[in-house]
Design a protein around this ligand. Sequence first.
Ligand code: NAD
Length: 282
Amino acid sequence: MSTSFVLGLVGVGIERSLTPAMQVREGEQQGLSVSYRIIDGAQRGFGVDDLPDVLAWAERLGFDGLNVTHPFKQAVVPLLDDLSQDAADLGAVNTVVFRDGRRLGRNTDWSGFARAFTRALPGADDDPVVLVGAGGAGVAVGYGLLAQGAGRVSVFDSDGGRADDCAIRLAKRYGEERVGVVRELRRAVDDAGGVVNATPVGMHGHPGSAVPEAALRDDLWVADVVYFPLETELVSIARRHGCRVMTGGGMAVQQAVGAFELFTGRSADATRMHRHFEELTA
Ligand code: NAD
């Protein structure tokens, strides 16, 4: 079994990503030599059209695997030799493993959200859940919620077409009776056990909250996927209203846990990786 791994993250605007630090530290803790490079299209001048070359070069240079992020998660799919069923359902890959001359495409975003959710909000009322934001993160979150047993997911997006597309994708896997689209956010939240923000609203540079404060009540749980910063405006107003809260850090750590396991073939210590992430973001 190999003890040395060369990995990378391919994306745009990723210079502040904490994924490299998490993978390297977990490797060290397990006595492995993990080197993890940021391969940022913005810095190195490549885009979606260059992705076939980026993958080919990574393979030639002996990389063992890549994490893939915005804007490449969908574009990478046709470049792979093997796709897991969940990645095919989502039409998106965040982890590519190079093994025996083949490129394996996997998705640990949805499973990362599901693991983080059951850990952070055990016993949460998830019938129904309102999912706000139906882009790449939203589809993964919806898939994770339904996989871990949510009764129903109601999708809201300011772009109605994106909400429809997300709901169709989720319903294909989990059935139409467990997925719906909502056009009035406030009323949908009134009827829900919890709400997840999967829009970029709340990120540095995108101030505000996609869920209006007036919709919050103390028996509602609130999850955010944004993790720059961890304490988004939504998270902070939800805490003020007495809601149970999950920040975007849980998904960020658990997707890395899943990727570490795929890259190295070894279990990761999720608690240790959480602690390290907390140190990095303190
Ligand atoms: P995206 O652009 O693909 O999708 C965002 C969606 O939100 C779009 O459909 C847009 O129409 C919708 N939207 C924007 N503002 C809205 C509003 N006010 N109300 C309703 N809908 C609105 O983006 P994405 O790739 O899905 O990423 C979304 C966020 O998730 C980003 O901040 C990203 O950093 C974060 N993310 C976090 C993790 C994690 O591990 N925690 C993983 C992936 C993405």
